[in-house]
Design a binder for this molecule. Structure first.
Ligand code: ADP
Length: 181
């Protein structure tokens, strides 16, 4: 399954919104594969926000991101990068759509609650930047079979391919689709 990288920014920590934000990801069905608290320094922020270092507001970003420790997370699920970006909303909290995290919790272009990777490639790079391999855990949610259809699970449940094929041949949608051989 796909993994993405999230930072709960100092605006989340200092406003005591950690539980509210994590609850949203969990309610959506994303699995927390990694989570830890850390302080960011200028060195890592210059790399992480390399596309913004020349902007006049970059010193404000540095101050903002170093104001408190942050919580970094690896979230996992099908299409996790796109799902989490959609949940995040537009950069400016005042313009972010209601229902998104920024739309519901932020009034600012800078203090916008979370960072979320914007592509699968960047997610991979950002996860490696912030996590050691042993800090990322592989496990399944017991709710997985209710979160996804069998053909969305990877690998599909044992016996799924065989029963699915035979059901297709018979043009049936039988409950045996889910049963083990
Ligand atoms: P996003 O976080 O939505 O991917 P960017 O990568 O463009 O957006 O910006 C990174 C972060 O820099 C933003 O989340 C925000 O905290 C800050 N930022 C971006 N643009 C501005 C701005 N014009 N003024 C102040 N802070 C900004």
């Amino acid at each position: 399954m796909e993994q993405t990288f999230v930072i709960l920014k100092p605006s989340t920590i200092s406003r005591s919104l950690v539980g509210d934000i994590i609850e949203r990801y969990q309610r959506k069905g994303l699995l927390i594969a990694g989570i830890k608290m850390m302080r960011l320094d200028e060195e890592i922020l210059r790399v992480h926000y390399a596309h913004l270092v020349d902007r006049p507001f970059f010193p404000l970003i540095l101050d903002s991101m170093m104001a408190t420790p942050v919580i970094v997370m690896v979230l996992e699920g099908n299409d996790a990068v796109e799902v989490v970006r959609t949940m995040t909303g537009a950069t400016n909290g005042r313009k972010a759509a209601p229902g998104t995290i920024r739309g519901d919790f932020s009034m600012s272009g800078q203090e916008n609650i979370v960072h979320a990777s914007d592509s699968v490639g960047n997610a991979r790079i950002e996860i490696e930047r912030f996590f050691r391999p042993e800090e990322i855990f592989s496990y399944s949610l017991v709710t997985q079979s209710a979160l996804y259809a069998p053909d969305e699970l990877c690998p599909p449940p044992r016996g799924f391919a065989r029963t699915h094929r035979s059901n297709q041949q018979e043009n049936l949608h039988s409950p045996t689709l889910h049963s083990r051989p």
